[in-house]
Design a protein around this ligand. Sequence first.
Ligand code: COA
Length: 186
Amino acid sequence: MRPLRSADFDRVLELERVLFGAGAWTYGMLADELAALGRWYVVAEPTGPDAVAVYGPGPKPVVGYAGLWFDGDVAQVMTIGVDPYYQRHGVGRALLEALIERARTLRAGAVLLEVRVDNGPALALYERFGFERIGLRKRYYQPEDKDAFTMRLDLAATVAPEDPGTRDQEPEPSAPDGGTPAGDAA
Ligand SMILES: CC(C)(COP(=O)(O)OP(=O)(O)OC[C@H]1O[C@@H](n2cnc3c(N)ncnc32)[C@H](O)[C@@H]1OP(=O)(O)O)[C@@H](O)C(=O)NCCC(=O)NCCS
């Protein structure tokens, strides 16, 4: 997992077309999105001996990508996609974990997202993480003309898996300068 760079644009746009068809982002949409305030995008690359055996020692192709927008209050999953060849191997889960962890770091109160009502794999992924359906947006996806569920993961009500014992610990001392939470979002 690493930050998305401009050198990844062609590969991400290729995956967009494969995964989202007519609804795929264009170069301009992706560039505008990445330049907007509060965005955080990551990509996944294969690692380990198998990846070296297949692709050699050099750079590996991006096999997944995901992005988050934090507006100072809540975080929004902007996109998540995995190369069909690599699906059902935990890449989507790793990407979504990274976004949720980032949202926690930013002290977001919740993570929101929209998902097509007929997108079974994505719905299963989100529900597995505890996202709940909170609304229906009619004809949200264009030009496909499909409805979307709005889903929400309440971070205030959940404890991070890697931080299970916080209720029994002393509270953290405040930053001496009254510092703000970590993060680069505006
Ligand atoms: C949704 C998507 C990102 C999932 O990526 P993935 O790498 O295949 O997901 P994972 O292998 O990490 O799966 C994690 C969990 O999600 C659920 N899941 C993922 N794909 C599923 C499928 N096809 N059917 C049922 N459950 C599925 C399962 O609970 C799975 O856990 P399990 O493998 O232990 O059963 C991928 O299918 C994708 O890119 N779809 C096209 C783009 C898209 O629709 N993005 C979402 C837009 S809102």
